[in-house]
Write a protein that binds this ligand. Sequence first.
Ligand SMILES: Nc1ncnc2c1ncn2[C@@H]1O[C@H](COP(=O)(O)OP(=O)(O)OP(=O)(O)O)[C@@H](O)[C@H]1O
Length: 667
Amino acid sequence: MENSDGRSADCVRVAVNIRPLITSELLLGCTDCISVVPGEPQVQIGTHTFTYDYVYGSTGLSSSMIYDDCVAPLVDALFNGYNATVLAYGQTGSGKTYTMGTNYNGEGTSGGVIPRVLESIFERVKETKDSMEFLIRVSFIEIFKEEVFDLLDPNTSRGDATSATKPVVLGRVPIQIRESVNGGITLSGVTEPEVKTKEEMASYLSSGSLSRATGSTNMNSQSSRSHAIFTITMEQKNGDDILCAKLHLVDLAGSERAKRTRAGGMRLKEGIHINKGLLALGNVISALGDEKKRKEGGHVPYRDSKLTRLLQDSLGGNSKTVMIACVSPADNNIEETLNTLKYANRARNIQNKAIINRDPAAAQTQEMRNQIEQLQAELLFYRGEGVGPFEELQILKHKTSLLEASNAELQQELKRRRVSCESLQKRALEAQVERDQLIMKIEAIQNGKSLDKIDSNSNQDYNLVKAYVSKIQYLEGELRRLKTSNTTNSRHFGNCVDSEDDEPLSSDSHAKAMDLPDESEDDEKELEHSSLQEQMDKELKELDKKLEQKEAEMKLYNNSDASILRHHYERKLLEMEQEKKILQQEIEQLKYNLANISSNSDDGAEKIKQDYLQKLNALEMQVAELKRKQEDQAMLLKQKQRSDEAAKRLYDEIQRIKAQKVQWSCR
Ligand SMILES: Nc1ncnc2c1ncn2[C@@H]1O[C@H](COP(=O)(O)OP(=O)(O)OP(=O)(O)O)[C@@H](O)[C@H]1O
């Protein structure tokens, strides 16, 4: 099968992610050595031009699109029973960990792909869990100095996700790679806990990442010294059909040259092992990506390293694979960047053969069941016990299966609608709570309370308002119920009254009148009805009071104070934006000064450079803090808009209830 770009759907997809120049590179006076051809997935470096499936960063596509373009299709594939791999490759400090989000700790939003994978998997599980059983497990391993270690092994775990400091290394026992009879690669005894929520999965990722070997090199203060593979295994059971597939998320250690990283001692030894694994990976990519070698059926050296053995299925095997080549644009990295781009270019030629991983026993059972059905039909036909010719039987069977399929689809649709209905109800409740909370805030402001004090009380208020709104919803429900029962009673009572009307009775109504109970029964019914009426009048009055109260609140809310609050938020946002702009201008100015100092060899230049560097750092932190505050303000503003909408809906609802009530009272 071919894609619109003419490449086979099973080819390894390759994306290049160019990170921006980082402060340390700017301090060295580095400039961009790589450019992206506008509108094309093409990069130019020196005299070379390379084409990929996607190019992000440095004015190519925005790197925030990596997940949607490259990774979301792999999550789809996982749910369809295909193995999938995302592989981040590149020199040390080129942004692999940043791109993958391997250090995600479950809090906030990291730009990396892993948090989005977690989010998306559990959203889809939630959507389909009524018709499907899921079993999700995770494993997290690292290859450190050519040994495979289990990062989730509770016996050797070096800390938990909440620990702020890096835990101490305990003696770890490497795990063995095994090859199963059908050639599949397994890790004997690897810890594979079952996970049921996104948070649980994130906590395993986070505790494993803490245990991962990192160290400081000259090129990256937090350099990953090992190759890490986080694997999500998903088993889906639908009746007898079982699909079992794996998604590998691979964050490789950076390729590096000892001279550049100024590594010595332990770091040097680590580097040698890292490079050995990456060299083997390069050879595998060359063997698979070189058309000539592939046609000649040349040997693929998977066995040369643990890394290549573990990635055997991902490169040239049963997997849908995306490789994200991460590069730095700095001209002092040009040699490594060129190398990465060359490998990435070659990797585009790798052909995989992904197949749906159906449980063999379940697949066989299904096949046998079909066979039995077929044979039974044939038997009926030959015995002459069939209702008609064999073909007719086949048509009927086909029709039945079509009807069954459509039935299943309809049931699915029904379930989906139910779920969405529930979630809409929940959202309506939340919106009402928010609205009421805002009204309370406005009141508090009017009463002269400070914003800080209001915020500190808001949690307490939230629960109160929630309880209050649920109560109102309950009462509204009760009222509806009573209205219905009253309508029924009124009809019945109306019938009785009709029979006493002066108007002549039709023969039909006359017949009905004959069926009427005797007078004492009538009295009883009337009494019962009037007591019911009385009770309902009481409830109605109460509801009237509530409606009035709500309307008064709405009026209060709709008056100019609400717009004061909105203006307050908008003004704050604007102020922050201006402050951010000023800070960014200062940063630009500092960077410019720094660039000038870098080319200046004055004696005092180094001191000024250090001062600038410190100031730059402080300013960058200030900008980050401002950004966070700005996001908070924007969220508040959004919340406010949502509450306005909810208030409007509520107001409409009140009007509707009132209209209904008037109608009802007139009956
Ligand atoms: N797209 C980006 N935007 C801004 N900063 C980035 C980006 N990518 C990476 N960085 C920064 O570059 C530095 C190195 O990134 P990272 O640690 O992800 O590199 P790495 O390739 O994983 O390195 P190593 O192989 O040594 O572990 C970090 O400070 C990170 O914050």
